[in-house]
Each structure stands twice: as C-alpha cells, then as structure tokens.
Write a protein that binds this ligand. Sequence first.
Ligand code: AP5
Ligand code: MG
Length: 191
Amino acid sequence: MLNIVLFGPPGAGKGTQSEKLIHQYQLVHLSTGDIFRANIKGGTELGNKAKQFIDQGQLVPDEITIGMLESEADKYPDAKGYIFDGFPRTPKQAEALDNFLTSKGTAISGMIALEVDEEELRTRLMIRGKDSGRIDDQDPAIIQKRIDVYKNETEPVRDFYMSQNKYTGINGIGTIEEIFGRLCTAIDAIK
Ligand code: AP5
Ligand code: MG
C-alpha cells in the first residue's frame, strides 16, 4: 500500500493537492477536518462535540479524533492506500496511526510536508474566508490561533516521522500545478 501523510499548516494546500493526488495514485483521501465539517453539517453527536473546538481554532481531543479516523479508514477495506490530510496532528495521534496500520499489516510510506510561510497562509485563509462559510476562516484572531496551535502542538509530529526517516519537505508556494509536480516527484521517490 501507499500511505501518505500530507502535512502542513492551515492553508498550506493539503486539501487542494489531495484532490489531485487521489486521482494520480488511486488513493483514498481521509481529511479529519472534512469529516468533522460533514458531521457538523449533519448535526451528528460527533459534529456537536467537535464544533466548539473547531470554531475556536483549537484541536478536537485525541480520544474523539483517533476513533473517528480509524472507523472512517475501515470503510475502505479494499483501498490501495490512503492520503491522511490533517491527521495525525499530535504525537499521540501519530502513535495511534502507526499501531492501527501495523494491525492491518501496513505502515506509513512517508510524510510529505508543504512548506508555506505564515504571511502567505494568512492571505490564503482570509481570501477563502470571504465565501467559504468556514467560521474558522472568518476572524484573523482565529486564523492566528490555528497557526499557533499548529506550531505548538502539531509540528512535533514532523520529528516523529523524521526519526523514522520518512520525512520529505517541499516548497508549497507556487501554482497548484507546480506544487502538484513537486509532490508527485516526492511520492515517486518513496513508492
Ligand atoms: P482542517 O480542515 O484540517 O483545516 P486546516 O489544517 O486548518 O487547514 P485547511 O483545510 O484550512 O488548509 P489546507 O492545508 O487543506 O489548504 P487548502 O487546500 O484548503 O482542520 C480544521 C479544524 O478541524 C482544526 O482547526 C481542528 O479544530 C479540527 N481538526 C482537524 N483535524 C484534526 C485532528 N487530526 N486533530 C484534532 N483536531 C482536528 O487551501 C487553503 C486555501 O488556499 C484555499 O482557498 C485554496 O484554494 C488556496 N490555495 C491552495 N493552494 C494554493 C496555491 N498554490 N496558491 C494560492 N492559493 C492556494
Ligand atoms: Mg484542508
């Protein structure tokens, strides 16, 4: 299997690039943010629990997120591989993912990180906030909170994969096609 962690701060382009990569490599896209938003829209219990954290730019607790991710992955028993987008976001989630994949006889092939500076992240999210309807894109203070949470709680996940020699960083600035090309080169190198 080809199992990729697509990593990067809020607004780095994880969702945009995942949509292209799933077609190129026939992978299943698992975005915890998208799954939470679908649950919020559907008014589920999970959605109600997650909403209070998401709207404030904070992480949803690991206990909720890990279980949700695993049951979502289990919906695709015939998958050739997965793109994990927005997960894992804490070292605890990274460990849980390793254990989960080991139990399925597979593993993470590599983490690829989209590197984008903060100024560009803020610009992209503010532009999207004008019409996305995402509450967490509307307020500059919440956008900054998401960036700070990423630096404090999520960046250590990079070290987790670096220590396994599974980390590749790529330049996440440029056109969507340019970045897609860099991602494909990185994935072809670890396949
Ligand atoms: P999540 O949905 O994962 O949001 P995020 O990480 O804040 O990132 P985004 O989805 O906003 O950005 P992206 O990197 O996907 O970029 P995109 O392609 O959209 O998480 C939301 C919340 O859910 C979290 O804050 C947390 O509360 C909760 N959550 C989710 N996962 C969790 C977990 N594992 N644990 C705990 N809590 C969790 O692009 C952004 C914008 O830029 C778009 O408008 C796009 O069109 C534009 N753009 C893309 N590429 C380019 C480019 N090359 N040039 C110019 N613009 C571009
Ligand atoms: Mg996204």
